[in-house]
Design a protein around this ligand. Structure first.
Ligand code: 7TS
Length: 423
């Protein structure tokens, strides 16, 4: 008993001493620039995160000293580029704790990952009368591909509703799961409400009925440790640019048994094992899904981003960010005429809010003059706006390099907006 308490204190002390936010900020060159003559306060991390120097260096080093196409040359540079590309795949495998690296497919981002599954798994398995279950708090990229599939096949979307706080109504979800359900595709963390969706439990419920589940991890992978084996999800997607890596690169994880069964997504080089005009034989996974020259520099940059995150540790990040979220929530709640949209207990990294009588776009514009970058609009989640009866929200979204001082600047900025409109 005593020793476990000592261990707990040691772990706590460790995580505090490991997390030095100023040291982390020093790794991100852009955080030191001015915007409109003021220090940049970057609170638009749900849209994209900034890049540490190590990621920028990895990309520069690749183009400076190693650029070559992969999987096809016997020359030195091609072999080195291939090694680095494949070693990044292994880095991603460990990051997600996938069983095998062939379960890791490089795509352009979360959007392409979802489209890939809709086009392959979806077209192969979904028929008229079937159902696909999503939720009321999805990003458009986890709505539209399924709508398109439904239009093509005659299948139907079932939308799990959300309560006033932003929590999914699990009892309705459970009722939706039935013999016609072919897939559940569900967000892990909402990009508007910040809700952490209980995906583990939802996957378990779906698996009871042998229904596969895709998890949209676009907003979770930078904030929570992900273990696809523990989640037991069938598919998981993420975007590199939201986890401190480059744009244009992302990951689709899929269980090998699904990926092997699925037809290819695009045809071209690298995805074949042999081609004649009569018949083409496809390559093994993951290559079957990686047609054409991939985003090699992007993959190498993503590998560097994950190595950067690994050095800090997502457990430590998650603990730091939840303290920052609690601080920011208290601070914003104390501002009169401000309403936070999304108030579940389980929230991460995102605070959406509205101010009485002031359009979010005006909030964003005035904040920008203060050097504060927040997002305003519908955040590519128009159904969420409709659900809460607002045309748009202002959204502050946090990452591991944000500080309490920046939260104070945000709050001061909001008060300034209110003063401008009072005047
Ligand atoms: N899923 C979620 C939950 C997202 O938040 C986003 C992007 C995507 C999928 C798509 O990611 P992409 O990298 O393929 O574009 N979300 C946001 C946002 O909140 N503001 O800008 C992009």
């Amino acid at each position: 008993m005593v020793s476990s308490r000592i261990l707990e204190l040691k772990t706590q002390a460790n995580s505090e001493s490991c997390f030095d936010v100023e040291k982390i900020r020093a790794d991100f060159p852009i955080l030191h620039r001015l915007v409109h003559g003021k220090p940049l306060v970057y609170l638009d991390n749900a849209a994209t995160t900034q890049k540490p120097q190590s990621v920028i260096n990895a990309i520069t080093d690749y183009y400076t000293g190693e650029n070559a196409n992969i999987h096809r040359g016997v020359h030195y540079l091609s072999e080195q580029a291939t090694r680095d590309y494949e070693s990044a795949r292994e880095t991603v495998r460990q990051f997600l704790n996938a069983r095998e690296s062939r379960e890791i497919i490089f795509v352009r981002g979360a959007t392409e990952g979802i489209n890939l599954v809709a086009h392959t798994f979806g077209r192969q398995r979904v028929r008229a009368g079937d159902e696909i279950v999503i939720s009321a708090i999805e990003h458009h990229s986890n709505i539209v591909p399924w709508q398109m599939l439904c239009e093509q096949t005659g299948a139907q979307l079932k939308i799990v509703p959300v309560d006033d706080q932003g929590k999914l109504r699990i009892e309705v979800y459970e009722r939706f799961l039935g013999p016609r359900t072919k897939l559940v595709s569900i967000v892990h963390i909402s990009n508007v409400l910040g809700t952490i969706v209980p995906v583990r439990r939802m996957i378990e419920m779906a698996h009871h009925r042998r229904i596969p589940v895709l998890v949209d991890g676009a907003q979770s992978a930078a904030h929570l440790p992900i273990d696809v084996q523990a989640l037991d999800c069938d598919f998981f997607v993420l975007s590199g640019h939201k986890i401190f890596g480059p744009t244009g690169i992302g990951v689709l994880y899929g269980k090998a048994e699904w990926l092997e069964e699925m037809p290819p997504y695009q045809g071209g080089g690298d995805m074949i094992s042999s081609v004649t005009f009569e018949k083409t034989l496809y390559n093994v996974i993951p290559y079957k899904f990686e047609a054409g020259t991939p985003h090699i520099a992007g993959v190498i940059g993503l590998g560097a981003a994950i190595e950067y995150l690994n050095e800090i540790g997502l457990n430590v990040v998650s603990q730091y960010e939840s303290e920052l979220m609690a601080y920011a929530t208290r601070k914003l709640e104390s501002i009169p005429r401000l309403t936070i949209i999304g108030n579940t207990e389980e929230k991460a990294s995102v605070i959406s809010f509205v101010l009485a009588d002031i359009h979010p776009h005006d909030i964003g514009t005035i904040m920008d003059r203060e050097g504060i970058a927040i997002r305003t609009g519908h955040h590519c989640a128009q159904p969420v706006m409709n659900r809460y009866g607002v045309p748009a929200t202002a959204r502050a979204s946090f990452a591991l390099y944000n500080t309490k001082a920046e939260v104070d600047a945000l709050a001061a900025g909001i008060i300034k907006v209110q003063e401008v409109f009072k005047g």
